[in-house]
Write a protein that binds this ligand. Structure first.
Ligand code: SF4
Length: 122
């Protein structure tokens, strides 16, 4: 896989866009960071990485979330598409600001188009 794989780059952009929301405790709505992380989504990432890229994700030893590290998830965004595409403002309709919302949907559409081209849809 080339280093400049467009799908990886798009997921990196999406992670950069959503990170301030997540690291701020769901845009200030939650006290606990990463509350949307659940073991089943880690398992979905494990399965996706294995089946689409032939990679075995390394566990961190976290008691509940296999891929949660000390400063957040250790899995590259392109290997955990369900997690990478989630942001509470979009998922629960409370909204991101107009500029961020537009950017979110632009990236999501490009990820879906490129993922379809590569046979790597979530
Ligand atoms: S973001 Fe990482 S730690 Fe959180 S559910 Fe997804 S794979 Fe697990």
């Amino acid at each position: 896989m080339p280093a400049d794989d467009p799908l990886k780059a798009l997921y990196r952009e999406m992670a950069a866009l959503t990170e301030p929301e997540c690291s701020g405790g769901c845009g200030g709505r939650e006290r606990r960071l990463y509350r949307c992380c659940e073991r089943r989504y880690c398992e979905a990432a494990r399965e996706y990485a294995r089946t689409r890229y032939g990679l075995e994700l390394q566990e961190t030893g976290h008691p509940e979330l296999p891929f949660m590290g000390e400063s957040g998830c250790v899995v590259d965004a392109y290997l955990r598409p369900i997690c990478a595409l989630h942001v509470c403002g979009i998922a629960y309709g409370c909204g991101l600001d107009e500029v961020k919302s537009k950017e979110y949907y632009r990236l999501r559409n490009e990820i879906i188009d490129e993922g379809r081209r590569q046979g790597k849809l979530p």
